[in-house]
Design a protein around this ligand. Structure first.
Ligand SMILES: [Zn+2]
Length: 436
């Protein structure tokens, strides 16, 4: 077939579309009637809006769009329609199993890869149409992202960090065990990197295999056996090098950071977000505000860790650290909100069962956000943090048709979002329990 063949087909299609006799809509066009509509960009609620979706994209939104006879209509006029939710801190490739040591020593990346699509589907069905996945072994996150993007498995859009970058003995390393037990596999795949040159090389390695964001451990952690929760685990020079290298490649960086000093070092290095942010003093809060650094604080999962982790054989040492951190983290969050720090929704899903992401909204409201602000943290602000503000985060013409609907008003009761009955991603309805 030659070029002219395609040209003539193109002309015929154009004629078909513009001729008045053929004005009926293409099969790909849907009209969604939204009784209530949350405009997350403006923080307002509108009523009786119509959303026009073509293929995977929102074409138009408005109160006086007329719906042609015979058009495909999704009637959500007795529901509240809002953008699909975004979790900025997930680990879709794992969640706690029956036994702590089995999880560490008896599972390979292949075990994780087999169940990861199940977790991705649960996340999508919970109303989360996008996530920033901040640390996964062996590039499973990239394989999962690709399978989702190819339409092979259902799941949220994923921005992936690939390997967690950490220093020797850090939160990202295997620690607390005999020195005869070591990482098995290519050293670069451990994510352990030291020194300015070493961390730059690790950033490049992650990007080579698909990272869309860089995650590193600025401080020690809770769910690992190294001693201190808050101590910095990289020097200022190493943190600067990680962030600078990420920026060279056009990516943002985020830092796992619990302690005050590590938080300040990471903010100064230029990270886009602080993950956890458990111990925040006034200086750290002021510094985050000044740099426009997002706080992504996982303030729900303390409940699950304290109720369930001991049953799985998690060492007391770790559970005791959680007892120390959980409460303080919620109070730090409250102070950060009062101090005007930008907040994005992130839960550390994978530390607790996938699909429970929305349980965190209740705590975000309890500790200082209005329901609208909590929703914005998981939509427009989250999209801004991901650098995806042109694609997702609000129901706006030109963005992906990622939206959810709930029966009750989430601004009156935020826990409504814990059971999302209608989920659309890319114009495709994945769940509809509203119109059965
Ligand atoms: Zn995490």
């Amino acid at each position: 077939m030659n070029k002219n063949y395609f040209k003539s087909i193109g002309v015929a299609l154009m004629l078909f579309c513009v001729m008045p006799g053929f004005a009926q809509q293409a099969d790909s066009v849907k009209y969604i009637k939204a009784g209530k509509f949350i405009d997350t960009d403006k923080g307002k609620v509108l009523t009786n809006q119509v959303i026009v979706v073509d293929h995977d994209t929102i074409k138009a939104v408005g109160g006086n769009i007329s719906i042609p006879a015979g058009a495909k209509v999704i009637d959500l006029s007795d529901a509240t329609v809002m953008p699909g939710l975004i979790d900025c801190h997930t680990h879709l490739t794992s969640q706690p199993g029956e036994n702590y040591y089995d999880d560490i020593f008896r599972k390979t990346p292949i075990d994780l890869a087999i169940v990861a699509p199940v977790y991705a589907k649960r996340t999508l069905m919970a109303g989360f149409t996008a996530c920033r996945d901040v640390g996964a072994p062996a590039f499973i996150d990239i394989a999962l992202r690709n399978a989702i993007n190819n339409g092979d498995v259902p799941g949220p859009r994923m921005l992936c960090a690939t390997l967690f970058i950490g220093s020797t003995g850090s939160h990202g390393d295997l620690n607390g065990f005999s020195p005869y037990l070591d990482w098995i596999g290519p050293k670069e795949m451990s994510g352990v990197a030291n020194g300015v040159d070493g961390v730059r090389k690790q950033v490049r390695y992650n990007i080579k295999y698909g990272a869309g964001v860089i995650k590193f451990g600025a401080s020690a952690g809770v769910l690992s056996e190294e001693e201190s929760v808050g101590a910095p685990q990289y020097t200022q020079e190493e943190m600067n090098a990680i962030v600078d290298e990420a920026h060279l490649w056009g990516l943002k960086a985020c830092a796992h950071a619990h302690g005050n000093l590590a938080i300040k070092m990471a903010v100064k290095a230029g990270v886009a977000s602080i993950e956890h942010g458990s111990f925040l003093d006034d200086e750290a809060i002021a510094l985050m505000k000044q740099h426009g650094t997002y706080l992504v604080a996982d303030i729900y999962n303390d409940d699950y860790i304290l109720s369930d982790y001991a049953k799985h054989g998690t060492p007391d040492k770790i559970i005791n650290k959680e007892k120390l951190v959980g409460k303080t983290q919620r109070l730090s969050f409250e102070r950060a909100v009062k101090g005007g720090v930008k907040i994005a929704f992130g839960t550390d899903a994978g530390v607790y069962p996938h699909g429970w992401n929305a349980k965190q909204f209740k705590y975000m409201v309890k500790f200082g956000l209005t329901p609208m602000q909590a929703i914005q943290a998981a939509t427009s602000s989250a999209a801004d943090l991901l650098g995806w503000q042109a694609k997702v985060g609000s129901i706006t013409a030109g963005k992906y048709a990622d939206l959810i609907a709930v029966k009750a008003d989430p601004l009156a009761d935020i826990t409504t979002l814990e059971n999302v009955p209608f989920v659309m991603k890319g114009g495709e309805v994945y769940k509809d329990e509203l119109r059965k």
